[in-house]
Design a protein around this ligand. Structure first.
Ligand code: ADP
Length: 526
């Protein structure tokens, strides 16, 4: 070494390190690549992707969250982008593609500023100010959601582009009814827990055979063939212990000196179990849902008493059954009283496709309901499930908040316009960042136009002109390329979807911008 300098090794051999602009450039490239991967799926005219996993299973979808979940992203920044889609999906159930595309564009615009030597800290500050301002402006663009009709429009907007076009209205109607049934009032607020809508799917029939059940469906049959197939005026007991004699933990040795003693021992067990079933009958239950096992003897007596019983019901289904029927889940049979029983007009076993399922219908004011999705092929059923997932979520969110905004790029263009008006008041270099943020918002209408095969530059110009003339709901009709009022076109989405997309896209973009050093340990072998 010259001058006797010895390099000091701080990092382990094999560690990869990138710093400064190199690190930034690479990270931004990765983020943009992820955004580009889902960009062509945005909007009603978006294309689908066919994903084949390592086992050869195929998924065909244009759902951003699903696509990103399926593709294996290795780069840490890529993983952060995938996280944006996940958060968007769990928080609001829709707008996943938009959030990722927006994050990608925010970084793309940041890149241009970095090239002009604007410091990352200035950019992140500007972006944060812009996001705050946008969220503050959003309520001014709000549309009050005060009718089932508007909720249905929201559900239909969320489902556009999914492969369920012909059944969209039908599914939207089901989604609205389901959510309205399970919505609860707490402290003067509407609270919706979408988990209380149980979605089951069975291949066969067509999408229009999909049905809403005012109760619960279980993918399970009754435990014994001699039990009734149908019980009317069902009085339902929910039991989370087994109908069996508990095995002792320690193995005990019983000394038997006379064969009759074995019989006596077995008789004793039988009596125990009969006593349990008798208790059920005594309180007046004619249906039993048991979380654990129901042994042969118990089944025999239940069948004899005309009781319909299902065993090994999932814990989550037990609580849904409780919510739907009003029954209380009982751990100790001795505690069971008639008041603990739930009610349903009908409990019956029906053959759906090749399987027997249990339907609990006609619950009074059920706070949990079910949807049984039908469809010709597995792909249709799966896509319908994803479409319904989105629809249920957006309807729930809109019902909780009571506000929606115009879709089709209308809200994005309006926010961009307002942010450009706001930027000079901040001044300095942050102003540039706020303007870049405004430009980035235009990616949504631009992509909608591009995906519809329209002239994006022309469309954006026309859109801007309309908004400058005060038409804040003007957006793109992707089907005929005209600029129309999106509210009149019934293309609306919950305000929270936009809010969340702006929040998470800004968060991930600023987080990525602040990284200027990537130190990656050597991959361990194998
Ligand atoms: P995301 O995963 O972001 O929800 P989508 O593929 O569902 O992606 O596309 C959503 C975008 O499509 C939103 O910006 C929404 O406003 C827009 N959109 C939905 N329906 C229409 C329509 N009929 N006309 C124009 N834009 C629409």
């Amino acid at each position: 070494m010259m001058g006797g300098q010895v390099p000091i090794l701080v990092l382990k051999e094999g560690t990869e390190r990138e710093t400064g602009r190199d690190a930034q450039r690479k990270n931004i490239e990765v983020a943009k690549a992820i955004a580009d991967a889902v960009r062509t799926t945005l909007g009603p005219k978006g294309m689908d992707k066919m994903l084949v996993d390592s086992l050869g299973d195929i998924v065909i979808t244009n759902d951003g969250a699903t696509i990103l979940k399926e593709i294996d992203v290795a780069h840490p920044v890529g993983k952060m982008m995938v996280e944006v889609a996940k958060v968007q999906d769990t928080e609001v159930g829709d707008g996943t593609t938009s959030a990722v595309v927006l994050a990608g564009e925010l970084l793309h615009k940041a890149e241009e500023l970095l090239e002009q030597n604007v410091h990352p800290t200035i950019i992140t500050n500007g972006y944060r100010l812009a996001a705050e301002k946008a969220l503050e402006l959003l309520p001014e663009l709000g549309i009050k959601v005060d009718s089932d009709e508007l909720l249905k429009d929201i559900a239909m907007t969320a489902m556009t582009g999914k492969n369920v076009a012909e059944a969209k209205e039908y599914l939207a109607d089901i989604a609205v009814k389901a959510i309205k049934a399970i919505a609860e009032e707490k402290d003067g607020k509407t609270v919706v827990n979408v988990d209380n809508v149980k979605v089951e799917k069975k291949q066969g029939g067509g999408i229009k055979d999909t049905e809403l059940i005012d109760g619960i469906i279980l993918d399970k049959e009754k435990v014994h063939p001699r039990m009734p197939k149908l019980v009317k005026e069902a009085k339902i007991a929910l039991i989370n212990t087994g109908f069996e004699v508990k095995k002792t933990e320690i193995s005990a040795k019983i000394e038997i000196t006379d064969p009759t003693q074995i019989q006596a021992f077995l008789d004793e067990e039988q009596k125990e179990i009969k006593k349990m079933v008798d208790k059920i009958k005594e309180v007046g239950a004619n249906v039993v849902f048991c979380q654990k096992a129901i042994d042969d003897i118990a089944q025999h007596y239940m069948a004899k008493y005309g009781i319909y019983a299902v065993r090994r019901v999932k814990k989550s289904d037990m609580s849904k059954l409780a919510k739907a029927t009003g029954a209380k889940i009982i751990t100790n049979l001795d505690d069971l009283t008639p008041e603990d029983l739930g009610y349903a007009e009908v409990v019956e076993e029906r053959k759906i496709g090749d399987d027997n399922m249990t339907f609990v219908r006609g619950c009074k004011n059920p706070k949990a309901v079910s949807i049984l999705i039908r469809g010709g092929t597995e792909h249709v059923v799966d896509e319908a499930e994803r479409a319904l997932h989105d629809a249920l979520k957006v309807v729930g969110v809109a019902l909780e908040d009571g506000y929606a905004v115009a879709g089709g790029g209308a809200t994005d263009i309006e926010l961009a316009l307002k942010l450009r008006e706001y930027a000079p008041s901040v001044g300095g270099r942050e102003q540039l960042a706020i303007e870049a943020f405004a430009d980035a918002l235009e990616i949504i209408p631009r992509t909608l136009a591009e995906n519809a095969g329209l002239d994006a530059i022309d469309i954006i110009m026309k859109l801007k002109a309309e908004h400058q003339a005060g038409k804040k709901h003007a957006g793109i009709d992707v089907f005929d390329g005209r600029i129309v009022d999106m509210v009149e076109k019934k293309v609306i989405e919950p305000m929270r979807v936009k809010k969340q997309a702006i929040e998470s896209a800004t968060e991930v973009a600023t987080m990525i911008l602040r990284i200027d050093d990537v130190i990656a340990a050597k991959k361990s072998e194998g």
